[in-house]
Structures are given as C-alpha cells and as structure tokens.
Design a protein. Structure first.
Length: 301
C-alpha cells in the first residue's frame, strides 16, 4: 500500500497540480461532504458499489476508474475485504475541472481502462518520486497533466472497442457516414462563420474536421448544392453586404478588407452574387441618406 501523501503548497501560477496521492485497501468509505479537490480513483482489485447521493449507484470492478468532483458526497461499499486495493490521485488547480471535462473523464460512474497496470505503475512512480524528494510541484503538474491525457486516450480506445463489439450488425455505407458526415458538416459551417474574416482556406477547414477537401466538398454539395469554397465565398459576400448596410459611408476597400478579400476580386464576385457592384450600392445608400436628411420645406399659403 502507498500511504496517503499530501504535496506542498501549490504555486499560484499552476492551473493544475497534484494535491494528494496514495492507495488504501478496499473498505467502506463515506464522505458526506465530499473531497476538497477532484479525485481520480483507480480500482486495481477492489470490487463493490459506488454511490453518489441524489445521482445514483454503480458497480465497481477491477481495472476501472472514476472521477470524484470536489464537494460532492460519495460512498463506497466493498463486496469483500480481501485483496482489494484502490488508488487515488487528488488534482487541484483552477483548470482541473475543465481539463478533466475536456478529456472526457467527468463521467458519472466507473469506466474500464485499458493497460490498467501501466497506469497503476505510473501512479506508484509518482508517489515514490514525492517520497524521494525528486519531484517538485512543477514537475508533478506536468506528470499529472500527461497522466490525464493518456487515461483519456485509453478510455476512448476501450469504449470504441466495446461499441464495436456491441455493433456487429451490418449497416450500409450511407448509414455509417450519416452521423459523422453531419457532425463534420456542422463543424465546418461553424468554423467558416467564426473565421470568415481570417485567411481561412477550405483545406484548413477540412483538416480541422478530419476530412479531405474532396469529401468535404461532397458534403457541402449534398446539403447546400455548392462546393465548400463557394459556400465560404458567399458567406463572406453576404457578411460584407450586411456590413455595408450598417456602415453606408464606408468604402469598397474597407468592406473587402473586412472579409479578407482582395478588392478587385471582391468587386467582381460581389457583382456576380448581387447583380451590382458594391460601389453602386454605396452610392445609392448615400443618396438615400442625403434625401432623408434634407429639410421638408412645405410652402405656406
């Protein structure tokens, strides 16, 4: 067993730090007030039941892990008091919760972990590093962060394998692509709307959603009837037109620069899209403003 170890006071600049680490034999654990920080539990050979009042209860087995949130009451009831060992790593810092959330580990209940013994060994190495005085607070922060990332990858691999085992029924290629294709398309559109003012190329969008340019173009053609490049160009022209409506005294160059387009190309594409040059639209808007601002002189009798 690895005795309970508290680390020293954390540096305030650390967004993530090791708060405590250790192992204990499986026994009834009741924490009605929860724990001060996030805890990552590793069940090496413990078996029992995890209860979180108001949320539910889950069976716990060997080779599993779960994350406890700070201040959340939890209870553990073992099935047997023999050969059970449970490891824990307390993780503090302002970014601890967001890192665990982003890594997909803030999941209610235990989850299976591939290569469990590797992670158990790494936890023991971290404990011994503290015991030997070889690991400082900054070093352990990096180790814990990498530990979280590696666990997230392991959990994801295991859950994909479990899903594959449960999904042996045959599906058509259209069915296989429907969900990921929809998700990729939605993300691509969101990226275009977020970065239409930047030097964003379609190949960058495709890379970000994990598709080739050709595949992404097929998705856009299926859903919008245009290629991804055409969609992005139309988006920029529409945004420029809206901007000019709100800034009638702005120049064509300013509108082009606002959406990241070269001026002459912008004018040519704008006319093709809207049937008139942006300069003509600016002139018409300024004329309307001038007419509206003229005083209404009504002759008196």
């Amino acid at each position: 067993m690895l005795a309970f170890r508290l680390t020293g006071l954390p540096d305030s600049r650390l967004p993530l730090y090791l708060y405590c680490i250790g192992t204990h034999e499986q026994k009834v654990r009741l924490r009605p007030e929860g724990f001060p920080v996030h805890q990552l539990f590793l069940s090496r050979s413990a078996a029992g039941e995890l209860k979180i009042p108001g949320k539910g209860s889950w069976p716990v087995g060997a080779g599993q892990l779960w994350v406890g949130e700070p201040g959340v009451a939890h209870e553990f009831y073992p099935h047997s008091r023999t050969n059970g060992e449970l490891g824990y790593i307390g993780i503090g810092g302002s970014s601890a919760g967001s890192v665990l959330q982003s890594a997909g580990l803030m999941h209610e209940g235990p989850r299976s972990l591939t290569d469990f013994e590797q992670f158990w060994s790494r936890m023991a190495d971290l404990w011994h590093g503290l015991d030997d005085g070889k690991s400082g607070i900054w070093d352990t922060s990096l180790i814990v962060y990498q530990f979280i990332l590696d666990i997230a990858r392991s959990v994801s691999t295991q859950e994909r394998a479990d899903l594959s085992d449960r999904s042996r029924i045959s599906v058509t290629s259209d069915q296989r692509e429907s969900d990921p294709g929809s998700e990729a398309f939605t993300r691509a559109v969101a990226l275009m709307h977020a970065h239409y003012q930047d030097d964003l190329l379609l190949k960058h969008v495709a890379e970000a959603v994990g598709y080739s340019v050709q595949h992404l173009n097929r998705l856009f053609h299926q859903r919008q009837g245009v290629t991804g490049h055409q969609y992005m160009q139309r988006l920029r022209l529409q945004k420029a037109s809206e901007w000019l409506d709100k800034h009638p005294r702005a120049s064509v160059r300013e509108a082009a620069e606002m959406v990241g387009m070269e001026v002459n190309y912008f004018i040519r594409m704008f006319k093709r899209e809207f049937g008139e040059t942006p300069g003509k639209g600016i002139k018409q808007r300024n004329q309307s403003i001038a007419e509206e601002s003229e005083p209404d002189v009504t002759p008196t009798l």
